[in-house]
Design a binder for this molecule. Sequence first.
Ligand SMILES: *[C@@H]1O[C@H](CO)[C@@H](O)[C@H](O)[C@H]1NC(C)=O
Ligand SMILES: *[C@@H]1O[C@H](CO)[C@@H](O)[C@H](O)[C@H]1NC(C)=O
Ligand SMILES: *[C@@H]1O[C@H](CO)[C@@H](O)[C@H](O)[C@H]1NC(C)=O
Ligand SMILES: *[C@@H]1O[C@H](CO)[C@@H](O)[C@H](O)[C@H]1NC(C)=O
Ligand SMILES: *[C@@H]1O[C@H](CO)[C@@H](O)[C@H](O)[C@H]1NC(C)=O
Ligand SMILES: *[C@@H]1O[C@H](CO)[C@@H](O)[C@H](O)[C@H]1NC(C)=O
Ligand SMILES: *[C@@H]1O[C@H](CO)[C@@H](O)[C@H](O)[C@H]1NC(C)=O
Ligand SMILES: *[C@@H]1O[C@H](CO)[C@@H](O)[C@H](O)[C@H]1NC(C)=O
Length: 581
Amino acid sequence: MVWTQRVFPLLWILIEGSSGKHWAAWMPQSMSAFTESCVAIPCRFDFPEEIQPSAVHGIWYFNSPYPKNFPPVVLKSKTNTAHEIYMGRTKMLGDLNEKNCSIQIDRLSSEVQGKYYFRTDLGGYNQYTFSEHANLHIIDEPYVLSPNMIVSGSETELTCLVPDNCPDMKPSVTWIEIEGLEHHSAYARLEESDGSWTHISTLKFLPSYKNNGQRLGCKVNYLETELEYKGYVTMDVKYAPRIIDINSSTEITEGTQVAFVCVVDSNPVSRIMWLKEDVLLKEDYSQNLTLELEYVTFNHDGIYICVAENEHGRSNKSMGLAVMYAPWKPSVNASIIAIEGESVTIMCNTQGNPDPTISIIKDKQVLNSVIFENELVLEIPSVTHEHDGEYWCTAENPYGQSNSSFNLTVVFSPLFLPESKCSVSKDTIQCMCTVKSNPDPVIVFEIPERNLSLSELDLEFVHSQRNGYMVSSILTLQKDTGIPQVVLCIASNLYGRKAQELLFHDSSKLVWAKIGPVGAVVVFVILVAVGGYMIKTREKKNLTESSSFIQTETSTSHNGQGNKKNLGKVESGEICSLERK
Ligand SMILES: *[C@@H]1O[C@H](CO)[C@@H](O)[C@H](O)[C@H]1NC(C)=O
Ligand SMILES: *[C@@H]1O[C@H](CO)[C@@H](O)[C@H](O)[C@H]1NC(C)=O
Ligand SMILES: *[C@@H]1O[C@H](CO)[C@@H](O)[C@H](O)[C@H]1NC(C)=O
Ligand SMILES: *[C@@H]1O[C@H](CO)[C@@H](O)[C@H](O)[C@H]1NC(C)=O
Ligand SMILES: *[C@@H]1O[C@H](CO)[C@@H](O)[C@H](O)[C@H]1NC(C)=O
Ligand SMILES: *[C@@H]1O[C@H](CO)[C@@H](O)[C@H](O)[C@H]1NC(C)=O
Ligand SMILES: *[C@@H]1O[C@H](CO)[C@@H](O)[C@H](O)[C@H]1NC(C)=O
Ligand SMILES: *[C@@H]1O[C@H](CO)[C@@H](O)[C@H](O)[C@H]1NC(C)=O
């Protein structure tokens, strides 16, 4: 670009097209110039054709077109005089004879800011002040233009407007304080508007949130002078929220109080939300949002998300909250009743964090145990009466222990115990029927040959004793009615009915045959004990009680000879069995 060769196409077309007809002048309506620099106001005028002036003169006035107001004279061509403010500062650039009224004003200062009017003097009365005038603005900094909205990430242009109307001085424009601008570049062009020239420098860059609030500027220098002008703009960069701080995942004990903070940086302010599993817990338009949990329970365990949004975007960050708590009281089966032989599944459920160690305990023995589980299953494929009892399920983790208990009741049909048998004493016959059973059995003695059926209800003959699941029923008959051949004991409950012939004491060989070698040893031990006891009591001979079966037997011993034989038989029986082994 050649700076000096300037043309004002529009202006000249207008002038040519209308020349020779009117009083008229053309000059820029408005011009700007830096203080201390200079300005050239381009100017053209015209007058009616019929006037043939011998000489063309002109006067520039400041602020008023009317000479009678005595406005300051900027420059008078005829005498080359001026008001003192303008003395030595102005010169006519144009040739008035060629209707060129351009003027230059140097060393501008704020005093010379105002309107400039041109008056032509063609001799005689042909003097005319044109109403067209130039308004001169004296500025001391370039004008920096920024777009209405600067959005992070979208290319932005800032422009610096520098008036360039001083023929003697050419501005050099640079951008300053642009460190940290991404992808920045600058270019310049000249633009003419209404005869006034502007040097336009454009700075292109990609703004980011970091540039928000940044001040940057445009600097104008004139070569070979000390003159320097600076204009600034502070950027308001809009950007999507950034979550700049959020708590890291946390482990916490149940019952405590916690607060999480989500700190957001955005422009404009964001809507911040705390969510847990898509449920909105709290929200606010703010720089940060605190989520407070007054009393943490296991329900608070989970992932928390902080979401921030404004019209420029949305972002989120999440954190985990692990709530540690002692195991809950285990839930166990309600007390169970099982039929012997059935399979039983015992379940123990609980919950704790960390997952607890669960054990099922019976009689202080751990039957089954799992580590880091919430459930324990104990399977008993086939229950027996030994499984009957109280069970405990305990659960434990570092935060505590808890337990529950339940009862397993095993029901079973009656089971005859080996001590069931009859014995004969001097006056009576006693038959004992001992049964293990749950629930309680109904015990009936039957003597078929007498068509007799006797139970507890027959108080005269039968009485019973209970000890846990053991019931002993004793039938007492008078010997003088004869010794029955067969006495049956029939025990029944909900789960079964069993019958057993009660053998007489002296038919011991038969007993051994029936109960087998193991039973024989058991009976042997019992008999030895009974025998030993009887020997002792025989020596003492002073026992008087007579309620139990054994005592009844001993009480018969001091009733004379008859039962001595009987006892002898017992003793020989056991020796016999010993020999057989
Ligand atoms: C008026 O005079 C100035 C200075 O000589 C010149 O630069 C300008 O081009 C002239 N204008 C016209 C319209 O000729
Ligand atoms: C979360 O962070 C805030 C601020 O840093 C802190 O005051 C608070 O105690 C933290 N909460 C937890 C549970 O760590
Ligand atoms: C959260 O915002 C409040 C007010 O807006 C301010 O006082 C506080 O310092 C902020 N806290 C953090 C951690 O930024
Ligand atoms: C969080 O951000 C991710 C990735 O930007 C997005 O897939 C997810 O839907 C967001 N979650 C929420 C709750 O806004
Ligand atoms: C114990 O409870 C579990 C779960 O409720 C059930 O599956 C199981 O059959 C129960 N056991 C018994 C013997 O009732
Ligand atoms: C069951 O819990 C109670 C109370 O915590 C405790 O005293 C007891 O010892 C526990 N019993 C077992 C079998 O763990
Ligand atoms: C289990 O039985 C015992 C007595 O045998 C009783 O004290 C306890 O309360 C019972 N437990 C449950 C859970 O029924
Ligand atoms: C026993 O009873 C049955 C029928 O009730 C009867 O037929 C039988 O004769 C009776 N026997 C005796 C010994 O009384």
